[in-house]
Ligand binder design. Sequence first.
Ligand SMILES: [Zn+2]
Length: 177
Amino acid sequence: MITGGILLIVVFAVMILAFVILATVIMKAVQSSVRQATHQIANKVVDKALDVGSKELIKGAYTVGKMVQEEMVKSDPQKMGTEVTKLAKRNKGELTLSVVMSELNISRELAEKTLETLLRQKVCIEGEAGESYIFPGFKDKKKFKVCEYCDAEFELGAVGDACPSCGAKLKTSSRWV
Ligand SMILES: [Zn+2]
């Protein structure tokens, strides 16, 4: 009876052990396959993130770099003056406030401040109508003769001192062209 009892216990113990081993093996297999699948997904996600991220990062760095550069120019009156002068050259020596604002993408305040500085430095002068800025360095001053009475204009060498049409006195004048 005692031998039978021990045998039963041994069989029971072996069954438990077998179950534990089996369970462990199954668990390990499941864990491994899950880990592998997770790893693959994680890799894909990381790759994708890196791919998108690096592209965005480069784009972002470029944008930030450009912004910083622009802000540096904007905060540096000297550089801003250079930018406006370069723009004046492209625009054949004549600028308006609105052209400076839109072409350089700056505020009215900054455009005015920069143009005022350039006026003080005699880089530009105010246009006759008071709405434009003339950059004499990019323009020629053309002289002509104008009648004091009838306002007729003549080439310098083409006339004497009297207006050919009304006989009034001619005076020499000039304009930027
Ligand atoms: Zn005249």
